[in-house]
Every structure is written in structure tokens, then in C-alpha cells.
Design a protein around this ligand. Structure first.
Ligand SMILES: C[S@@+](CC[C@H](N)C(=O)[O-])C[C@H]1O[C@@H](n2cnc3c(N)ncnc32)[C@H](O)[C@@H]1O
Length: 249
């Protein structure tokens, strides 16, 4: 994803926001291996706490509770906006796209990896796909999945993107991860055991959902989508007094 997004060519000290950072895995990799200055945000205070515990002294990754749909950062704050598998949680996908582009600096790179459903404007979900989709959304509290086509349109519709939004379908490449997620729980059970009986029950409950995800991704109902966009250098600066001025950067 770093290479695909062209982020690997950026210098040390590049500022990155990791939107929906979980417990900070990507943020730490970007900080440690690329020397970036990373801010991870998530809606969950528990994830922020765990991310901080897992981040060693000297790694330039900090974490903050924040809402991806109302980011607390000013416009044009980061060189890179990075987000992995957070989109399905967003009830307002247009706002999610707008907020990520808003905090990106002119010329900055947005790179997103996400679960999507097939574009049902092209082919409606059929009799078995509808209940599977309902179950997937319910199990992990997702309001909805976008399609690759639909979300790239929402990014373009911000009106702040240079040229085309680039997309790719990485379904085949990511397919092994579903069985692997179950296998990792078998060979490394320490985490779930440490959380006691409720942790074990919660983890076991994940297994049917992971299998359904594998079914959905393996049969064309879901698609793993990659998105890349560059923010235009001609930005329209909305002042607090609502006056709008076009600024050439
Ligand atoms: C499936 S996890 C992905 C975590 C991480 N990016 C990773 O790849 O491991 C989804 C993340 O989105 C976060 N999230 C959900 N809704 C959010 C919101 N409105 N604002 C910020 N983060 C949100 C969750 O707390 C979680 O960290």
C-alpha cells in the first residue's frame, strides 16, 4: 500500500494522519520504517490507550481520540492521509471522503484500503447475497459498505482532487487473510485467553463472520478496494466568515 500509493518516495518527517488507526499497527510501521511523523486517530479511547502502550519511546507516532466525520484538525494539515478498513464503519461516506481531503495539504496524497461491496447499480444483490450482506453488516456494526466505484466518485465529488482518483481491486491478493485470521487465533491464542472467558467467547463468535467474509470476497459480493488521490494545488479557502477566495499554492 505504501508503494502503490507512492508514499515510499516521500522524505522522512512527512506528516501522516492514519484515520481509523485501530491499535496503531500501520501508524507504527509508517513511523518506524519510513521515518514519518504519524498521528493516528480512532473513535475508541481504549484503542488509543492500547496504541500508546504498544508504541515504544522514540517512535514518532502519537494517538488521539477523534471522529473521522468531524476531524479536529484544520484544513490542509497533513502531507498524507492514510486509512485502512475504516470506511465500512462510517454512516456518511461522503463526509468521510470530504474530511480526509479537507485535512490533506494541497499536493498531498490520500491512500485508502477498504472493504467494499459490488456496485449494485451495475448488478443487484441476488437472493443469497442480500442475507449474507445483512449479516456481515450486523456482526461488525457496519452501517453500510461502499462500492469501489461509488467511493471513488465521492472522493472526486469533493472537487479538490487533481485529475482522476486511482482505484485498484486487491480482492485476490487479500483473500488468504480471512482463513489466516482464524489460523492466527489458533496458533497465537494468548491474546484471547488473557481477556478471560468473555474474550474467548467473543473471539469464537468472530469465526462464522470471518468465514462469511471469505465467502463474500471469494464470490464477487465484496471487493477489496484501493483508492489514491492527490489534492489539487488550487484550493478554495473557506474563511470562517464564509467568504470564499481561490488561492494558487
Ligand atoms: C476495522 S478497524 C481498522 C483498524 C486499523 N486501520 C487497522 O487496519 O488495523 C476500524 C477502525 O475505525 C475506527 N472508527 C470507526 N468509526 C470511526 C469514526 N467515526 N472516527 C474515527 N475512527 C473510527 C475504529 O475505532 C477502528 O479503529
Amino acid at each position: 500500500m505504501v508503494k502503490w500509493g507512492g508514499v515510499d518516495k516521500l522524505p522522512r518527517g512527512t506528516t501522516v494522519i492514519d484515520v481509523g488507526c485501530g491499535i496503531g499497527g500501520s501508524s507504527r510501521i509508517l513511523a518506524k520504517e519510513y521515518g514519518f511523523n504519524v498521528t493516528g486517530i480512532t473513535i475508541s479511547p481504549q484503542q488509543v490507550q492500547r496504541a500508546q502502550e504498544l508504541t515504544p519511546e522514540g517512535v514518532d507516532a502519537k494517538f488521539k481520540v477523534d471522529d473521522a466525520l468531524a476531524l479536529s484538525f484544520p484544513d490542509n494539515s497533513f502531507d498524507v492521509v492514510w486509512s485502512i478498513e475504516a470506511g465500512p464503519h462510517m454512516p456518511d461516506k461522503a463526509k468521510y471522503a470530504q474530511e480526509m481531503i479537507r485535512v490533506l495539504k494541497p499536493g498531498g496524497i490520500l491512500v485508502v484500503a477498504d472493504w467494499n461491496q459490488r456496485d449494485d447499480r451495475q448488478k443487484q444483490l441476488n437472493f443469497w447475497e442480500k442475507p449474507v450482506m445483512r449479516q456481515l453488516l450486523e456482526q461488525w456494526s457496519h452501517p453500510a459498505f461502499s462500492s469501489i466505484e461509488g467511493f471513488s466518485e465521492l472522493i472526486a465529488e469533493t472537487g479538490l482532487v487533481e485529475g482522476e482518483v486511482t482505484t485498484a481491486d486487491w480482492t485476490q491478493e487479500t483473500l488468504p487473510s480471512w482463513f489466516d485470521s482464524i489460523w492466527q487465533g489458533v496458533i497465537k491464542p494468548q491474546g484471547m485467553i488473557r481477556s478471560g472467558l468473555s474474550g474467548v467467547i467473543k473471539s469464537l463468535r468472530e469465526v462464522p463472520t470471518l468465514l462469511l467474509m471469505r465467502l463474500a470476497f471469494g464470490n464477487g459480493l465484496c471487493r477489496f478496494g484501493m483508492f489514491r488521490a492527490v489534492k489539487t494545488n488550487s484550493v478554495s479557502k473557506s474563511a470562517d466568515n464564509m467568504e470564499t477566495e481561490v488561492v494558487k499554492v
